[in-house]
Every structure is written in structure tokens, then in C-alpha cells.
Design a protein around this ligand. Structure first.
Ligand code: NAP
Length: 291
């Protein structure tokens, strides 16, 4: 097996995916190079059509193109269609197929690293973008009993809640799914009977405009709940720092990043995934970047 796998997004300076994906490819001595390609919006169509050239095996797609790539592909699998976002492209017989491995990566990390059993719980999601969509469908599918979605732009939260409600109804799930006003996040009462909060916004992410900030104040976070921040750089994020101080349990975004990446690796190569190796490399690169 030889060729290239691209990471397509903008910006990509913060990403550790090239390091841990290359580590796994090298583990199998594959002649495959995983390369980060910063792509501006106006270049996206060209970047995707280049994947059709013989040397390309596929790609990862990240912020902000997970939704925008969908019409540029030949096929999109059922889960990615449901979620409305593609983070993995695989070339099969010259065709570009789209998948979503964020859903599985999120759940695997929640169970394996967060020791959290979703059934019967109440959760709050911050954000309504690509990753919030994956998290919303994942939690609904895993039979969460109550789900609240808060987003800075309320209309996007309303759209997501409506779609999740349809999905729950179609699949016979009795999940209570509602919009939570963004301003309600300032009140401790909002979190009183909730067991899980997931930050799906980039607030706190290194190199972003929200670097150093937390989407929640520390005094609203109850003791004992799980605060899961998809932001993985810095580690811990400002939100997780406050959550720790409040006595909450915490889970950062790195395990999800590695699990979703591991599932992508399996799709491109068909090989067993050296997950621990990938995780160690990702953590090492993150720590080196934060020195
Ligand atoms: P996205 O599709 O661009 O959505 C971003 C969301 O964050 C939107 O809901 C947006 O609200 C909200 N937001 C942005 N800036 C905000 C601010 N200053 N205050 C409040 N809300 C704000 O991005 P995404 O793909 O969902 O990614 C979100 C974050 O998750 C990124 O940091 C990404 O790196 C991380 N992520 C991590 C993993 C992982 O494996 N750990 C996987 C996927 C994503 P509006 O609708 O109001 O704009």
C-alpha cells in the first residue's frame, strides 16, 4: 500500500493528527504519507477533486469543512448522512466515499476514558456545529433520557433539536430533547440535575479567538458531574481547569480525537489499529507543543 492521506481543514496549526496517524502508518511500514493541507474555502472543491488522482487513498476533513464536503463526494454513508457531517473520505474504485467517525470516537472515549454510562442520564451540549451534531446523535442513539442544546446562535440549536427529535421519534426513543437558552448557562440551577456537560464549541482552543477562555463559569459547575471538553489543546482546557476546581470529573478531547482517527485509519488501511501507540504519540506531541 502506498500513497497519500490528506488532512483538509483551516487552520491546522493546532492539529496533532498528522503525528499520530503517521506513527500508525509507519508501525505497519506502509509507504503512505499523512499530510496536513490547509485549504481556504475557495480552494475546497479543487482540493477534493485532487483526491481522485491515483496517489491518494483518502482524507480526514476537519473544521470548518465537514458539512461543505458532502456534495463534493460520490457517496456518503448512512451515519454521516444522518449527522450531516463527513470527517473521513475513502477512495474506493476511484469513487470518493464519505464517513463520520466522530460519533463512534465520542462514544468510545466517553465509555472507555470517562467511565460514563449514558442510559437514563441528562446532558447539556454547548454548541450546534459539526461536532455538536455528532455528539447529539451519539447521545440520542445511546439512549440518553434528556438532552439540552445551548448555542450562541439560537436558530442553529433549534434546527439541531428538531432533527434529533425526528430521529428519536423514528427510532422509537423517548428522549426529551430541548433548546436551552445560551444565557441560562450562567445559572447554577441549569446544571442542578444534569450528569454530563459536553463543550462542542472551540472556546478555549489554543490559537482560536477564544484561547484562554471558558464557555462556563466555575461557580455553575456542580460537584461530581462529568465535564467533557472536545477541545484537546491545551490540556487541560480552561473549562476543564475550572471543572476540576469545582470538584467535577473531567474528560478532554484527546481520547475522542484518537478514537475517531483510529476508525479512519481502519477505513483507509483495513488493518488492526495500534490505538495505544497513536494515543501515546498524540499526547507526547501535545505536551511538546505546550512546553
Ligand atoms: P463548528 O462546526 O465550526 O461549530 C462551532 C460551534 O461553536 C458553533 O455552534 C458556534 O456557535 C460555537 N462557537 C464558536 N465560537 C463561539 C464563541 N466564541 N462563543 C460561543 N460559541 C461559539 O466546529 P466543530 O467542528 O463543531 O468543532 C468545535 C470544536 O470541537 C473545535 O474546537 C474542534 O477542534 C473540536 N473538535 C474536537 C474533536 C475531537 O476529536 N476532540 C472532534 C471534532 C471537533 P454559532 O452557531 O453561534 O457560530
Amino acid at each position: 500500500m502506498s500513497g497519500f492521506v490528506n488532512l483538509i481543514g483551516y487552520p491546522l496549526k493546532h492539529s496533532v493528527s498528522p503525528y499520530f496517524q503517521q506513527e500508525a502508518l509507519d508501525y505497519y511500514h506502509l509507504d503512505v504519507c499523512y499530510q496536513a493541507r490547509e485549504v481556504r474555502a475557495e480552494e475546497l472543491e479543487t482540493a477534493i477533486s485532487r483526491l481522485r488522482e491515483a496517489q491518494h487513498l483518502g482524507a480526514n476533513v476537519t473544521v470548518p469543512y465537514k458539512e461543505a464536503v458532502m456534495p463534493l463526494l460520490d457517496r456518503v454513508d448512512d451515519l454521516a448522512t444522518l449527522v450531516g457531517a463527513v470527517n473521513t473520505i475513502v477512495k474506493r474504485n476511484g469513487e470518493l466515499w464519505g464517513y463520520n467517525t466522530d460519533v463512534g470516537g465520542f462514544v468510545e472515549a466517553l465509555k472507555a476514558r470517562g467511565n460514563f454510562d449514558v442510559g437514563g442520564k441528562k446532558a447539556i451540549i454547548l454548541g450546534a456545529g459539526g461536532s455538536a451534531r455528532a455528539v447529539g446523535f451519539a447521545l440520542t442513539r445511546e439512549k440518553i433520557s434528556s438532552l439540552l442544546v445551548a448555542n450562541r446562535t439560537p436558530e442553529r440549536a433549534r434546527v439541531l433539536v428538531k432533527e434529533l427529535g425526528h430521529y428519536a421519534a423514528q427510532t422509537g426513543l423517548e428522549t426529551e430533547i430541548t433548546v436551552l437558552p445560551w444565557l441560562a448557562l450562567a445559572s447554577a440551577r441549569t446544571f442542578a440535575d444534569c450528569q454530563l456537560v459536553v463543550n462542542c464549541t472551540p472556546v478555549g482552543m489554543k490559537y482560536s479567538s477564544g484561547e484562554g477562555q471558558s464557555p462556563l463559569a466555575g461557580n455553575v459547575i456542580p460537584e461530581g458531574i462529568l465535564v467533557y471538553d472536545l477541545v484537546y489543546n491545551p490540556s487541560p482546557s480552561p473549562l476543564l481547569q475550572l471543572a476540576m476546581e469545582a470538584g467535577a470529573n473531567i474528560l478532554g478531547g484527546l481520547p475522542m480525537l484518537v478514537y475517531q482517527g483510529a476508525a479512519s485509519f481502519k477505513l483507509w488501511t483495513g488493518r488492526e489499529v495500534p490505538v495505544d501507540l497513536m494515543y501515546d504519540k498524540a499526547r507526547q506531541m501535545l505536551m511538546e507543543g505546550n512546553k
